[in-house]
Design a protein around this ligand. Structure first.
Ligand SMILES: [Zn+2]
Ligand SMILES: [Zn+2]
Length: 249
């Protein structure tokens, strides 16, 4: 299916106009040159960020390249790369994908990711890319996992295998929004588990976990904890949008 989609996209690029995922004006690429300039000028990539959690650093933190929160309570993951901040120009594209089920925005967001990170992330020596899962119930309601729909279209170097079925998520009736980081870490404990068939593959490997939005980091921290408990050597987060710094708790 991906082969057919790729071919269709590359042919239709020359035959049909497509809409920019930011301003929705018709032109050739996933993002128009004006919006790409805005992303370049105002994006998170312009800031010096914490290597571990991807948050923009305060002046006092720059020397260590790490935020105070990561220094105070080190997360289980080792590094985080974010395409942009949540409040930036790509927020609407994520909303269109998640809440209006417009799958073409997954293609557009992946294209923007490929454009911005071409070269930089290709040198990554990770073995597997795992999207953050939805519970079965949520998957039935939404119809697709937005993180996987973007991740499957990301250009990785050939040594990185994408495995969408390793991570599993229990269904919790209560939403995880609200509360401080400590409350969110507690609420999310044991929410994820691994498909045992894949566990031997992960031993001593570097893994990429792909998420559409990172807020407090509690979800990605819990996933990294489980992966490391099962023998993973390194866990690196690839995130589309990163929210601003969470208040201390
Ligand atoms: Zn545009
Ligand atoms: Zn940090």
């Amino acid at each position: 299916m991906r082969f057919l989609e790729k071919n269709f996209q590359s042919i239709s690029k020359y035959l049909l106009p497509s809409a920019c995922i930011v301003c929705e004006q018709y032109q050739e690429d996933a993002i128009c040159s004006k919006c790409l300039k805005a992303l370049d000028a105002d994006g998170l990539l312009n800031y010096i960020c914490c290597y571990q959690c991807g948050i923009a650093l305060k002046t006092s933190e720059i020397e260590d390249q790490r935020c105070e929160q990561c220094k105070f309570t080190s997360p289980y993951f080792d590094a985080t790369y974010c395409l942009d901040r949540y409040e930036g120009v790509l927020q609407n594209a994520i909303h269109q994908l998640k809440y209006h089920k417009r799958l073409s925005f997954a293609h557009g967001l992946a294209n923007v990711w490929n454009q911005v990170f071409s070269g930089q992330l290709k040198t990554n020596n990770a073995s597997y890319l795992l999207p953050v899962p939805l519970s079965e119930q949520k998957l039935c309601t939404r119809g697709f996992n937005q993180s996987w729909e973007i991740a499957r279209r990301i250009n990785c170097c050939p040594n990185i295998r994408k495995l969408p079925d390793v991570l599993k998520r229990h269904h919790h009736a209560t939403q995880q929004a609200g509360g401080g980081l400590a409350a969110r870490r507690l609420a999310i404990q044991d929410m994820f588990y691994l498909d045992n068939n894949f566990t031997p593959l992960l031993r001593d490997k570097s893994l990429i976990v792909f998420d559409d939005v990172m807020t407090s980091g509690a979800t990605l921290n819990e996933i990294a904890r489980i992966l490391k408990d099962n023998g993973a050597a390194h866990v690196i987060n690839w995130v589309v949008l990163r929210t601003a710094r969470a208040p201390y708790v």
